[in-house]
Design a protein around this ligand. Structure first.
Ligand SMILES: [Zn+2]
Length: 252
């Protein structure tokens, strides 16, 4: 998990597949691309349309419309996305929680045993759950990072919680730590390993043997956590997938 480069969150659209199902497709511009490309992003299993600098979005969409059979075939290999809605089951520190919606004017989210009680207007459930995850991730990760940086004897700079697609965490040359909020969905030993990994970069800005020795000292189950993330990490991107912003606006 090398230092990351920050990219702006992509635009997106929906497309109707031959079976009648709807797929969400992220749209990204790339000045380095020579031609329009439709692909499945390896980290997330989400469809992505990459437009070269000069191509209009309309032409890109026309290309997308001509590739729906191909897209449906590819997407069938990935599990369906799970939106944050009433009745959906979502993981928190590896335990399943059932989203239970109560209609309310102001958003409030409380974990109650195996239930996640979301008081909010229906249109705000997804945002309320996202916000809750980010807050919880911030608390859990900060506690863990404080403890590990104390063990290491090296303080970190700033700690940020983000929704990164390609990296679970990173450590900048200035000692700032960044984490994806989604790791708070994984079992605690996974979070523990990830935080240990980034904190260890405060001492070793590489993946050398001495780096891994530090990780091992900072996290008891680091091998297990590392393996879990490698095998199951992509699953965490299924959750809380939102419809494109344009459509959300149209339905309000
Ligand atoms: Zn790393």
């Amino acid at each position: 998990m090398a230092p990351m480069s920050q990219t702006s969150s992509p635009n997106s659209t929906t497309v109707t597949l031959p079976s009648g199902k709807t797929a969400i497709v992220n749209i990204r511009r790339s000045s380095r691309s020579r031609r329009v490309t439709l692909r499945i992003a390896p980290g997330t299993g989400q469809a992505e349309l990459v437009l070269p600098g000069r191509l209009s979005e309309r032409k890109g969409i026309a290309f997308l419309q001509s590739k729906t059979s191909w897209l449906e075939e590819r997407l069938a290999k990935y599990p369906d996305p799970i939106p944050f809605e009433d009745g959906q089951i979502v993981p928190f520190l590896g335990e399943p929680l059932t989203i239970s919606h109560l209609n309310a004017k102001r958003a409030d989210v409380q974990k109650d045993g195996e239930q996640l009680i979301v008081s909010a207007p229906t249109a705000r459930i997804s945002k309320a759950v996202h916000d809750w995850y980010r807050r919880e991730a911030g608390c859990e990760i900060t506690l863990c990072a404080n403890q590990k940086s104390k063990m290491l004897g090296t303080p970190y700079g700033r700690l940020s919680i983000r929704d990164t697609k390609s990296r679970w965490g990173s450590c900048s040359a200035r000692g700032d730590l960044n984490f994806s909020w989604r790791v708070v969905m994984a079992p605690r030993y996974v979070l523990d390993y990830l935080v240990a990994h980034e904190v260890a970069h405060l001492a070793e800005m590489n993946h050398s043997t001495s780096f891994w020795t530090i990780v091992e000292q900072l996290s008891d189950e680091f091998e297990k956590g590392r393996k879990w993330l490698r095998l199951n990490g992509h699953e965490l991107h299924r959750y809380g997938v939102e419809l494109p912003a344009r459509e959300n606006r149209a339905s309000e």
